[in-house]
Design a protein around this ligand. Structure first.
Ligand code: SP5
Ligand code: ZN
Length: 343
C-alpha cells in the first residue's frame, strides 16, 4: 500500500492546549505523525511518497472561501495584535447570540472555532496546506488505479466543518479526499469514520447529499466531545435523508462488547450503498490506553478492523485522524493497514 506523507506538519507545534480547565501539553504533537511514518517504514508497508502541491482549490470544494481565507491569514492578524502566544478564542456565538462575522481577530476566532483546544500558531497554515496536498495526492493515486492508499495526515480533520474548526482539526482532509473522488467521476463514495470521536465536520459537509454516505462508529456524544452532534437519530436531510448513519457506543465498549457488531452494521450499510470507493477516517483513539478516549480496543483488534474493511473489496483511501497514546499510535494505525493488506 502506498503512503503519502509530508514532514511539513512539523511546522505546527502548539505550546499548550486548554483542557480540563488547565493549560497542558497539546495532545496533537508532531511526534504522533513521526511515529506513524516510522512504523509504516519499519513494517515495510510499501512506498512512501511526498505529496504534490494542490493549492487551496480542493479544500474550497468542502469549505467556504471566507473560512479558508481566515485560516490562511489568522496567525498574521493575531500575531500583529497579540504577539507570539498561540491564538485561542475566548468567546463564541452561542445559541442566543447573533450570527455575525466580527471585524476583530478575537471575535473572528470565536466565530469560526468551536472549542478552546485548537490553537492557531505560526506554522498552522503550512501544516494544513500540506494535509490538503497529502489527501489529494492519495485520492489521485486511487483514481489512477491503486487499490488502497494511506494519507498519513497530521493534524486530524474530521471535526472541521464547512466553516468551523475544532478538536485539533482545521480542514477536513477526509472530506477533501471524498469530494475529490466525486469530482473525478466516482458516482458514490462512502466515508467510514472509526475515530473515537464523532466526525461532526464530515457529517455536516455531506448531510444533505446522497452521493456521499457517512457512517461513524464513535463514543456516545451525550457523554463526550464533540457533544453537539453524533446522535443516533441524525440520518441526513433533504436528498441526504438516509445517507448518514451514526453508531454511538457506550463508554467502555470493547471489541467483543459491541464494537465488532457495530463495525458489521457499518459495513452492511456501506455494502448496500454500492459505492465506487471508500474513504476511511482512521482514528485509533479507541485504544484502551488512549489518554483522552474511553473505549477499549486492544492492539490485535486493529488488524481485525482492517480485515473487515477489506471484505468490502473497494478501492480505499485511509486518512489519518486521532490517536493520542503516542507510543502506540503508529503501531495501532499500521495494524489496521496491515490487516487490510493481509486479507
Ligand atoms: C480528531 C480528534 O481525535 N480530536 C479530539 C479532540 C478532543 N478534544 C477534547 C478532549 C477532551 C478530553 N477530555 C478528557 C477526559 C479524560 N478522561
Ligand atoms: Zn478522535
Amino acid at each position: 500500500m502506498l503512503t503519502v506523507y509530508s514532514d511539513a506538519h512539523q511546522a505546527h507545534h502548539a505550546k499548550q492546549e486548554l483542557i480540563g480547565g488547565q493549560f497542558q501539553p497539546a495532545f496533537d504533537t508532531p511526534q504522533r505523525a513521526v511515529n506513524i511514518i516510522e512504523r509504516v517504514a519499519e513494517v515495510g508497508l510499501g512506498r512512501i511518497v511526498t505529496p504534490e502541491a494542490h493549492g487551496t482549490a480542493p479544500a474550497l470544494r468542502v469549505h467556504s472561501s471566507r473560512f479558508i481565507e481566515f485560516l490562511r491569514t489568522a496567525w498574521s492578524e493575531w500575531h500583529a495584535k497579540k504577539g507570539d502566544s498561540d491564538a485561542i478564542p475566548l468567546i463564541w456565538p452561542s445559541r442566543t447570540l447573533r450570527d455575525i462575522e466580527p471585524r476583530d481577530i478575537e471575535g473572528r476566532l470565536g466565530y469560526f472555532c468551536a472549542d478552546a483546544g485548537t490553537p492557531i500558531t505560526a506554522g498552522t497554515w503550512k501544516m494544513v496546506q500540506a494535509g490538503i496536498d497529502v489527501a489529494c495526492t492519495a485520492a489521485d493515486a486511487l483514481q489512477r488505479g491503486d487499490r488502497a492508499v494511506f494519507a498519513a495526515t497530521r493534524p486530524p480533520g474530521h471535526h472541521a466543518g464547512k466553516e468551523l474548526f475544532l478538536g485539533y482539526c482545521y480542514v477536513n482532509f477526509a472530506a477533501v479526499a471524498a469530494q475529490r473522488l466525486i469530482d473525478q467521476g466516482n458516482r458514490r463514495v462512502a466515508v467510514l469514520d472509526v475515530d473515537y470521536h464523532h466526525g461532526n465536520g464530515t457529517q455536516e459537509i455531506f448531510y444533505d447529499r446522497s452521493d456521499v454516505l457517512f457512517v461513524s462508529i464513535h463514543a456516545d456524544t451525550r457523554d463526550v466531545f464533540p457533544f453537539f452532534l453524533g446522535h443516533a437519530d441524525e440520518t441526513g436531510t433533504a436528498d441526504g435523508e438516509g445517507f448518514n448513519l451514526n453508531l454511538p457506543q457506550a463508554l467502555g465498549t470493547g471489541w467483543n462488547s459491541g464494537y465488532a457488531q457495530a463495525l458489521q452494521q457499518a459495513l452492511e450499510r456501506i455494502e448496500a450503498f454500492r459505492p465506487d470507493c471508500l474513504v476511511v477516517s482512521l482514528g485509533v483513539d479507541t485504544y484502551e490506553l488512549d489518554p483522552i478516549g474511553q473505549l477499549a480496543l486492544r492492539c490485535e483488534d486493529y488488524a481485525e478492523i482492517g480485515k473487515s474493511i477489506r471484505s468490502l473489496a473497494l478501492p480505499t483511501c485511509f486518512v489519518m485522524e486521532g490517536g493520542y497514546m503516542v507510543d502506540h499510535v503508529g503501531i495501532n494505525a499500521v495494524e489496521v493497514l496491515r490487516g487490510y493488506e493481509s486479507a
